[in-house]
Design a protein around this ligand. Structure first.
Ligand SMILES: Nc1ncnc2c1ncn2[C@@H]1O[C@H](COP(=O)(O)OP(=O)(O)O)[C@@H](O)[C@H]1O
Ligand SMILES: [Mg+2]
Length: 608
């Protein structure tokens, strides 16, 4: 009955590659230390909705353990009644009984394995969506602090690591606990003296686990840090492959990558050393325990006339009970990794979005009259003031140009209006209502933005434009494209509006991308418009076309235009000049030129 040795096939079948190392990053500096108790409490919160299913799975696991114990129990009649007593009735009965026990073990095994998988996968899906939602609630500053790779790793691999850990822990705690419990009861019932010896000896085999746990958590964290650096190099060089090529830095990048991979290798190898040592150590200690038991038990059978069946049943039960203890050594590193992953996930979920609807926020009424900045101050960090005392009043329908040297704070000003950033002092009001008193969605629904970096999704042209209004009909989308001077080139694409435009719109030229994003803004038809260097990245010819598209977009809108080339803003109603976070001049183009001040300097830089 060799099957007694492999009583936990489910654990054995868990692939050792269950540790998706790629894209795991830890920003230890951002992580608060979370006590184990706190992690477990929060994991329990996550598992809680699945308690009914979990209950069924647990009953299956307990029954599985009971029938596994019966496997050992049936050995006694097999040996004593069949082999020694040569009982014919038993010969007929026992094979059926054995088959029945095996069948039950298999059935309950199937049930709890599937149920646990279902619970685990449900947790994964829910947690991913929760993280996704949470990340998208965060303001701009959050994304300045957390790299893309890190966030992707939280949603993909950390969630998986955590689930593997939770499923394993559940199996180990419930099924293996009951298995060991039942087997020990059985063992005591069979021979309490031997059982007592076992009880003292066997736990020593688990000592290495206790010793190694801390090490594994450390190794896991360091492995994940080094892996993060590998994936960061990968991510940067793949997305930046054009620059790598242009500067012929392939060899340089390969060397850097090699160094990083070597660093990872070193730490993984250390981890592997202890990982490989843990089990053999346990096995050696276990060997000592078993030798003593066979010696004592053998003596009892030989000298004291104990039944061989009892002893065999005892021994098989012990071997079976030893299996879960051995498993501990294998899942221990997994659990340590899972706990570390859970800490990282919770640390993201714990970041309260700094900018959110305040209690009692009301929808912003449709914009009619004016936008006012009063003594607006802003800084990204405590030390450097980026905007100081900006006062500005923009009546509805005006086109306001913002000019100034790079780094003056132009982009920052425009990011304050849709509350991508929140001001530190002063107020911004729309028709007299403070923008912090209205809901974010109603505020942002009245603002359209076109920036220098066009953000397009790897989808069809049509869907990219429809992002401005998901209910728009194809006629409205075509109309928007026409107004954005994009209809001609779109119709010439291989599949017209159904052409997939590649990651970030990679299959379109810069000017085409910009016109698609203008069409998107036209479709949105928001009363307030922000144009941040919308034509700066373009050559003169595309700029001219995009400029025409922008003029259509700006019709009847209140517009904030930031432009690098002053020629494009000459016709704006008003121009403000920003220098080091302050408005230093304002007026029309001609008025400003006649001041012979900052504007004239900027103008001369471009035209003289
Ligand atoms: N995320 C950020 N964190 C810290 N400082 C920033 C951040 N973004 C911009 N800054 C700083 O704020 C200042 C104004 O930047 P910005 O508004 O982008 O200028 P402009 O658009 O006029 O070129 C610059 O000194 C810039 O270095
Ligand atoms: Mg800027």
């Amino acid at each position: 009955m060799g099957s007694g040795l492999s009583l936990t096939p489910d654990l054995q079948s868990l692939p050792s590659c269950c540790r998706p190392y790629l894209h795991i990053t830890t920003e230890q500096s951002h992580l608060h230390i979370m006590p184990n108790k706190e992690i477990l409490r929060r994991l329990y919160e996550i598992i809680k909705p699945y308690r009914p299913l979990l209950g069924i799975a647990m009953v299956c696991m307990i029954l599985h353990s009971a029938f596994t114990t019966a496997q050992a129990w049936i050995l006694k009649p097999v040996i004593d009644d069949m082999f020694i007593e040569k009982d014919m009735n038993m010969l007929k009965l026992l094979p059926f009984a054995i088959f029945f026990i095996f069948l039950m073990i298999s059935m309950f095994n199937y049930c709890y394995t599937f149920l646990l998988e279902k619970i685990g996968q449900s947790i994964i899906q829910n947690l991913r969506v929760r993280l996704f939602e949470h990340i998208h609630k965060q303001p701009l500053s959050f994304f300045h602090e957390h790299s893309t790779g890190t966030l992707i790793s939280r949603v993909i691999s950390d969630v998986t690591l955590m689930q593997i850990s939770v499923s394993n822990a559940l199996v180990n705690i419930t099924k293996d606990f009951f298995l060991v419990l039942f087997l020990l009861i059985f063992v005591f019932y069979q021979n309490w003296e031997l059982a007592l010896i076992t009880f003292i000896l066997l736990p020593t085999a688990a000592l290495p686990i206790v010793k190694f746990s801390k090490l594994f958590r450390q190794f896991s964290t360091r492995t994940q840090e080094e892996t993060a650096k590998v994936s960061d190099r990968l991510y940067e060089t793949i997305t930046g492959n054009r620059i790598v090529k242009a500067f012929s830095k392939e060899k340089y990048e390969v060397d850097r990558f090699q160094d990083q991979v070597n660093a990872l290798f070193a730490i993984v190898l250390k981890d592997a050393k202890y990982r490989s040592m843990q089990h053999p150590l346990m096995h050696t200690i276990g060997g000592v325990a078993f030798s003593v038991i066979v010696w004592v038990g053998g003596k009892e059978v030989i000298y004291d006339g104990a039944s061989p069946g009892t002893f065999f049943a005892f021994l098989v039960a012990l071997i079976a009970a030893y299996e879960p203890v051995k498993n501990l050594s294998r899942i221990n590193p997994l659990i340590q990794q899972g706990m570390a992953a859970a800490t990282r996930i919770f640390s993201i979920l714990d970041i309260e979005p700094e900018i959110r609807d305040k209690d009692g926020a009301v929808p912003l009424q449709p914009f009619t009259t004016r936008i006012d900045f009063k003594n607006v101050n802003f800084s990204y960090d405590k030390d450097t003031q980026v905007l100081s005392d900006v006062n500005l009043s923009v009546p509805s329908g005006q086109a306001l140009a913002i000019v100034g040297h790079s780094g003056g704070g132009k982009t920052t000003i425009t990011n304050l209006i849709p509350r991508f950033l929140d001001i530190k002092k002063g107020s911004i009001t729309i028709d007299g209502t403070d923008i912090r008193d209205v809901t974010l969605s109603s505020l942002r629904s009245q603002i359209a933005m076109v920036t220098q970096q066009t953000i397009l999704f790897n989808d069809t042209v049509q869907n990219n434009i429809a992002y401005g209004d998901l209910n728009a009909s194809i006629e409205e989308i075509r109309k928007a494209a026409k107004a954005a001077y994009a209809l001609d080139f779109i119709d010439n694409l291989p599949n017209g509006f159904d052409t997939i435009i590649g990651e970030g719109g990679a299959r379109l030229s810069g000017g085409e991308r910009q016109r698609v994003s203008i069409a998107r803004a036209i479709l949105k038809n928001a009363p307030i418009l922000i144009l941040d260097e919308a034509t700066s990245a373009l050559d003169t010819e595309s700029e001219r076309e995009v400029q025409k598209a922008l003029e259509n977009l700006m019709k009847n809108k209140t517009t904030f235009v930031i432009a690098h080339r002053l020629s494009t803003i000459k016709n704006c109603d008003r121009i403000i000049v920003i220098k080091e976070g302050k408005i230093v001049e304002q007026g029309t183009h001609d008025e400003l030129l006649s001041l012979n001040g900052e504007y004239e300097v900027l103008y001369n830089m471009q035209y003289k």
